[in-house]
Design a protein around this ligand. Structure first.
Ligand SMILES: C[S@@+](CC[C@H](N)C(=O)[O-])C[C@H]1O[C@@H](n2cnc3c(N)ncnc32)[C@H](O)[C@@H]1O
Length: 356
């Protein structure tokens, strides 16, 4: 199973859990945390973030978070998220008569869903619209956007699942979220739903990506095609991959480790052979001889040893016997090709000679 590694955006800001005051975040600490989780690409992105005296510049980080969430808002527009939410809330309302309700968007980001519902007024009168997010910068921007558009909705910074954060006036509360669930580790989900039960919410509905074997590939294609911000691309794919590890074959991690260890040897070996072959194709005949004598000859001789050495390296990376058996069988199959071919070639040559 994949270890729960952190998203880059989660590490870029921190707040005091009691006062909500922003805490300084050291860039080196972020890089160290990412490297500890084996996230080299994310660590490279973190290295480029602006810092003053080693501390990430808060304004720049806020601007980055807002850019990331603008991209998420575009995704919400494309998926017509607010319309789907509206359809569901309306069905709920029909079951409750005209009772006033509060709709709370947990992890509202820039509040696109809440602002859309307020702008179109599709839920009718008696519905209070509240967006709550842990990230103060996002909440402030959501509030500014709502004020600029003159919308009747409000945004609150804090943990949406803490009592009283969204409001405490006894209204039936409907909790919704979009794109939030897959960011939570599996171990956090029982607590997430228990917190909603503790708040006595009248109903909840969460919209998220569909789990399945194609989820990670789909997330990768989507983020490459539609997202511009490197941090969005990184975190979007990581969160999908991390949330859907169960869709991967049971021994996937062991295969990956074994494969990576063997490739550390096979790739440079193959690259040298390909370079020598390319040289052989373009050089004059005298120099071709050099390519053969210095590289192709010795490398051909070493090929079986290198193939076996790859399995030895795989065995150092994993102790899973099935995985090692598959690696050994693959190498044996590759090594068997040449003698079989030689035998067929010799048989064909002998046949031709005896017919003459
Ligand atoms: C991936 S974003 C989704 C934003 C938005 N809902 C959308 O669809 O674009 C998840 C957001 O949830 C917020 N969040 C996570 N847990 C939360 C909680 N318990 N209370 C409030 N916000 C939370 C994070 O700060 C983040 O902004």
């Amino acid at each position: 199973m994949m270890i729960f590694v952190d998203e880059l955006t989660d590490l870029l800001w921190a707040a005091d859990p009691v006062s909500g005051e922003r805490l300084p975040v050291r860039r080196e600490a972020v890089i160290a945390q990412l490297e500890k989780g084996g996230q080299r690409r994310a660590a490279r992105l973190a290295r480029k973030l602006p810092a003053r005296d080693g501390v990430l510049v808060a304004g720049e980080i806020d601007a980055l978070q807002i850019r990331v969430h603008c991209e998420l808002q575009r995704l919400g527009e494309e998926l017509q998220l607010p319309r789907r939410v509206a359809e569901w809330v309306l069905r709920f309302r029909q079951s409750r008569g005209s009772e006033p309700i509060r709709v709370v968007d947990v992890g509202c980001g820039l509040g696109y869903v809440v602002r859309w519902l307020a702008a179109y007024g599709v839920l009718g009168p008696g519905v209070e619209l509240v967006g709550v997010d842990l990230n103060r910068a996002l909440v402030e921007r959501a509030g500014e956007l709502a004020a600029a558009e003159g919308l009747r909705c409000r945004f609150v910074a804090g943990d949406a699942l803490a009592p009283g954060v969204a409001g405490d006036d006894g209204r039936a509360t409907v909790v919704i979220s979009s794109g939030l669930l897959h960011h939570l580790p599996a171990t956090a989900l029982p607590g997430f739903f228990a917190a909603q039960r503790a708040l006595e919410v009248a109903a909840f509905a969460h919209w998220d990506i569909d789990p399945g074997p194609w989820t990670t590939l789909g997330a990768w294609v989507f983020h490459r095609a539609r997202m511009r911000e490197p941090v969005s691309r990184h975190d979007g794919v990581l969160s999908a991959r991390r949330a859907h590890v169960t869709a991967r074959p049971e021994r996937w991690e062991a295969y990956e480790r074994a494969g990576r260890a063997a490739l550390a040897l096979y790739l440079p070996f193959g690259a040298v052979v390909l370079a020598a072959l390319a040289g052989y194709a373009v050089l004059s005949w005298r120099r071709r001889f050099l390519a053969t004598a210095l590289i192709l000859g010795p490398f051909t001789f070493a090929r079986p040893l290198v193939a076996v050495a790859g399995v030895v390296l795989a065995a150092r990376a994993t102790t899973d016997l099935l995985v090692l058996g598959v690696a050994a069988a693959a190498v044996a199959a590759v090594l068997a090709v040449e003698p079989i071919q030689n035998r067929r070639w010799a048989a064909a040559a002998t046949g031709t000679a005896s017919r003459r």
